[in-house]
Design a protein around this ligand. Structure first.
Ligand code: IVH
Length: 703
């Protein structure tokens, strides 16, 4: 898309815009500014390799917004600011695809593929056929229409002939260009097919958020992507971090007097054209195979890599590469004869639902957990599986004794897909939801509009108290190693520990007398507890387990005050001004900081020596590595990699996983390879050796 010269030019432009006084960017510069923003969107969303920091992008984006707000006449439909639209979508009008969206025929092993190849050869009369093989993305199918270089329509698959017009939502997906230079290829109108996905990391984060909000987790990223495309609030779609792969041109017409260009003679070069126009096509993932044996080998190779990919694929798609041969083969009413899906082994299995246990979580939510006959799914044995809430059980029509279909997609938690009512023998029984808390007997309540039954006796319910303590200690919260779930339960049952402050008053003399607690483990535990007092504020906030406050919101909250109890002075309106805080979250924070019990808990924790202050202030005046980023490459001589990384984090810096413009320091050990090469190309990265790193840390320590 951008060659080296263009890349360097745009990067120089970027730096000069970043340096420029805000008021100096004027109307004549609106086009270069848009070009710069589009370039960085492409680096970030298509290549996954940004050249500037997020905050720098935001700064330039805001400049453009300001400029356009001052001069609405200069706004163009493909301006980077025009992805976001305000207001809700009332309905998705139906639209007819220019060419129907067909399905694919499925194959499951090498024999099926060899059969497919034989049939294609017979039908085409060719002795050998060249194929292009690419991943079968497991998301939601979409169809995009560009006219005169502009994106004019985005639609769902629908029934294949007619889909829903979801243009506004498609515009939120930043890897989909709002305009592209098709006219350079003589193209006037083009319909492109692809798949919208949510990658595994975003899916997990999204599911965690749903759970935090008391909503149902989604079974797989495919459902998350499909559901997201039909949301009526485009800004919410924007927040879902969707991605799109485009892999098929279904229709193309040319400008008057122009003939079809050579790039449209093969599928592989069409993918290349899309890639060069800024689309995320499977250009890097595809392989052109000379014969079916190569196809089989590539499919098998890719299946082995499946778990390492950031997104879900459920197989490979094999396409005849020459478009003229595709035309000869034609299609059935269901699928093209020139393409075939090769489906990977399913990550589904069947089992029997034996019993249901009801677990009480730290917020009092009662979660039904099914015990099932153990079954292997995608290499993991599954013996119990969350049923989430009462509605979920009703919706899936689950009964004790039912045969059920379960699915584990990627590294995602297993889910029940469905039950098989037709296999019931009459012995199955309805799952009874308890009316009282299974831990303390308090009557359960379910507020209007919520799916979850709750025990509201949070101060006495032993299950909630124990879960709160476990959460407080957990890895992402206060990270008190040695005080994991088993020990919390043990100490609680022995009455050594009855609440969170109790962690800091554990009776070590009595613990020493217990079996299995050697001197070493006691000392380690004491040290871990002591160290937790110095944890940064956001970990404490997260550890308090305030409803709806996940790690991200905890970080936002930590950033905005110097001292945690300052939140008692925030109004609901002020809370909602914080990033990521909507009315529901604000209400929860407000309640927390207006509850006497919580305030005295904070006071008690501070009295016990815990840090309630924003660490940023403190770190700045001791001059540590705050907001500096580091990456290690090659083998270090004096330090273990993990030690070095811990040193960085302890000093307030962070360790990145790869080289990008966000990196400040690359520490180079022996035999450094590609990371070093990559870092050399980014002028803002400082490349230092182990001794220089140690000196840096040492210097800082002595300050
Ligand atoms: S080609 C006319 N290529 O799989 C053929 N489809 O099960 C057009 N899919 O409806 C489809 N990855 O939504 C093609 N690389 C890929 C694909 C792919 C995923 C989806 C697509 C299709 C479905 C069929």
């Amino acid at each position: 898309m951008y060659n080296k010269e263009q890349t360097q030019h745009l990067q120089e432009q970027t730096l000069s815009f970043l340096k420029e006084q805000k008021s100096e960017i004027g109307i004549p510069e609106v086009k270069p500014l848009r070009d710069v923003l589009r370039f960085h969107e492409y680096r970030y969303y298509v290549l996954n390799d940004p050249l500037i920091a997020d905050a720098e992008y935001d700064q330039l984006y805001k400049e453009l917004v300001k400029l356009e707000e001052g001069h609405p006449g200069i706004i163009t439909a493909d301006s980077p600011t025009q992805r976001v639209s305000r207001g809700l979508i009332k309905a998705f009008p139906k639209v007819q695809h220019l060419v129907p969206m067909l399905s694919l025929d499925n194959s499951y092993d090498a024999t099926d593929l060899i059969d497919f190849d034989r049939r294609a050869k017979e039908l085409s009369g060719l002795a050998e056929i060249v194929y292009c093989v690419e991943p079968k993305f497991d998301g939601a199918g979409i169809s995009l229409l560009y006219e005169n270089d502009m994106l004019v329509r985005g639609a769902t698959r629908g029934d294949g002939v007619v889909g829903d017009d979801i243009t506004t939502n498609i515009r939120q997906i930043r890897s989909v260009p709002l305009s592209a230079n098709f006219s350079a290829f003589g193209i006037q109108q083009i319909e492109i097919r692809g798949e919208v996905l949510m990658n595994k990391d975003h899916f997990k984060a999204y599911n965690d958020l749903l759970e935090e909000e008391g909503a149902e987790r989604l079974a797989n990223p495919r459902n998350a992507a499909a559901g997201s495309l039909r949301i009526k609030d485009p800004r919410e779609v924007g927040r879902r971090n969707l991605e799109a792969f485009l892999y098929h041109i279904s229709y193309v017409s040319f400008l008057p007097g122009v003939d079809a260009p050579k790039v449209l003679e093969t599928h592989s070069s069409a993918l290349k054209m899309l890639w060069e126009l800024g689309f995320r096509s499977p250009e890097k993932e595809k392989k052109v195979c000379k014969n079916i044996a190569e196809v089989v080998a590539y499919c098998e190779h890719f299946e082995r890599q499946r778990d390492a990919l950031p997104y879900e694929i459920d197989g490979m798609v094999i396409k005849v590469n020459e478009l003229a041969v595709q035309d000869t083969l034609g299609m059935t009413t269901h699928h093209p004869r020139w393409a075939m899906a090769f489906k990977f082994k399913a990550r589904q299995g069947t089992s029997r639902l034996i019993s249901v246990e009801f677990q009480v979580g730290r917020t009092g939510a009662v979660t039904p957990v099914a015990k099932i006959e153990p079954v292997q799914v995608g290499g993991v044995t599954v013996g119990s599986i969350s049923l989430h809430n009462e509605d979920y059980i009703k919706e899936k029509d689950l009964r004790l004794g039912d045969r059920i279909l379960i699915e584990r997609s990627g590294d995602v938690i297993p889910q029940v897909v469905k039950s098989f009512p037709e296999l019931r023998r009459g012995e199955e029984s309805v799952i009874q939801f308890p009316v009282q808390c299974p831990a303390c007997g308090f009557p359960l309540e379910k507020p209007e509009g919520e799916a979850v039954w709750r025990c509201n006796d949070s101060n006495h319910c032993p299950a909630q108290i124990v879960e709160k303590i476990i959460h407080f200690n957990s890895k992402d919260a206060m990270d008190i190693r040695g005080l994991g779930e088993a020990n919390v339960r043990k100490f609680y049952s022995l009455k050594f520990l009855k609440d969170i402050p109790g962690i800091y008053r554990l009776p070590f003399e009595q613990i020493r007398a217990l079996e299995g607690f050697g001197e070493k483990s006691i000392v380690n535990l004491q040290q871990a507890i002591e160290a937790s007092k110095k944890q940064p504020l956001h970990r404490l906030i997260y550890g308090l387990g305030i409803r709806y406050i996940g790690e991200t919101t905890a970080k936002v909250l930590a950033r905005h005050v110097d001292y945690l109890p300052d939140y008692t002075r925030f109004s609901m309106e002020q809370l909602q001004e914080l990033d990521d805080v909507g009315p529901k979250v604000a209400e929860s924070i407000y309640q927390f900081f207006h509850n006497e019990k919580n305030l005295s808990l904070l006071q008690e924790l501070e009295g016990l020596g815990l840090n309630l202050r924003n660490e940023k202030e403190k770190l700045n005046d001791t001059g540590t590595l705050t907001s500096q980023t580091f990456l290690f490459t090659g083998s270090l001589k004096k330090l273990k990699r993990s030690e070095a990384e811990a040193m960085v984090e302890k000093s307030g810096g962070s360790v990145l996983s790869g080289v990008s413009s966000k990196l400040n320091y690359l520490i180079v050990g022996e035999d450094a390879g590609s990371k070093l090469e990559k870092a050399k190309k980014i002028s803002t990265i400082q490349i230092i050796d182990e001794d220089q790193f140690l000196a840096m840390i040492g210097q800082l320590k002595n300050k």
